[in-house]
Unconditional design. Structure first.
Length: 288
């Protein structure tokens, strides 16, 4: 089956109309129609022949096509049944060669089951993670993979600019949160490109940013990663509360006070004013 012209909104709309389909706002569907931007984003993913890649939200496969042309072994996660049907036809030959697989359904419900299945089958695990992530699930899917202990050597995600700013926010700023800490703990972050709405069809009412996430070589930088993740969730659960008051429910009064003293943190401080490194130190002091 012939692919539509990925660079033309008119051609894309005509293709969808011919196939009795339409873009669904509930899935946050927007196609990146800027070919140069697509290639630049994939360049940062740094793939070679045989690289295993997971792609979320392939849509009609404009990025998938480029990844496969570059020799990747690609698994895509697609929630839209119509798109999934077309993707199977577009990439049928790659599927026959074992280079293309499709996981249909909500990625938030399917990715971990698929990952665990690959582990059980001793299959090659994904080296790269990629996607023009739907705005309503972007932060959740990124956080879920980290929380489940799954990190990729490199990931490039195109997300709402506001979410990207939260990922890289520093302590003492409005956007700094447990999500910021989680992302910076697991990955080195770099902006690839900012994309105004006109780069997409349909045109979204928000700006987007492509972010490169590179696996940190010094990870986990703490004695107990599970405790660290639990601690940062607790610390940021009530932003108006002090560090001490938020930690009481997790560790009790005596252990909290000892840990804060060892870490050199005043109990009256708030989590949003503590750097990632300081929070890592606090986690280790709680662990002892």
């Amino acid at each position: 089956m012939n692919h539509p012209d990925y660079n033309s909104p008119v051609a894309l709309k005509a293709f969808l109309d011919d196939n009795g389909m339409a873009m669904q706002k509930k899935f946050g569907q927007n196609f990146l129609v800027n070919e140069a931007a697509r290639k630049k984003i994939i360049d940062f993913l740094d793939v070679t022949e045989g690289t295993t890649v997971w792609e979320v939200g392939p849509g009609l496969g404009c990025m998938s096509d480029e990844l496969l042309l570059r020799g990747c072994n690609l698994t895509v996660f697609e929630i839209d049944h119509g798109f999934a049907r077309l993707l199977k036809q577009f990439f049928e030959n790659y599927a026959k060669k074992g280079r293309f697989a499709l996981v249909e359904g909500d990625v938030l419900k399917t990715w971990k089951k698929f990952y665990d299945k690959q582990v059980l089958e001793n299959a090659k695990l994904p080296e790269r993670f990629f996607g023009n992530l739907p705005y309503n699930v972007a932060a959740t899917i990124i956080a879920d993979t980290i929380n489940e202990g799954v990190r990729f050597e490199k990931a490039v995600v195109t997300i709402q600019k506001e979410v990207a700013q939260r990922m890289s926010a520093k302590e003492g700023t409005e956007n700094y949160s447990s999500f910021s800490v989680l992302c910076q703990w697991a990955y080195e972050l770099k902006t690839v490109v900012d994309l105004a709405g006109g780069n997409f069809w349909p045109v979204p009412n928000v700006a987007s940013r492509a972010v490169l996430m590179t696996k940190r070589a010094d990870f986990p930088r703490c004695e107990n990663p599970k405790l660290f993740m639990k601690m940062i969730r607790q610390l940021f659960s009530s932003r108006r509360k002090t560090v001490r008051n938020n930690l009481l429910a997790l560790a009790g009064g005596e252990k909290t006070d000892v840990a804060l003293e060892k870490a050199g943190i005043k109990g009256s401080e708030r989590a949003e004013d503590l750097s990632v490194e300081t929070l890592l130190k606090l986690s280790d002091c709680l662990f002892i």
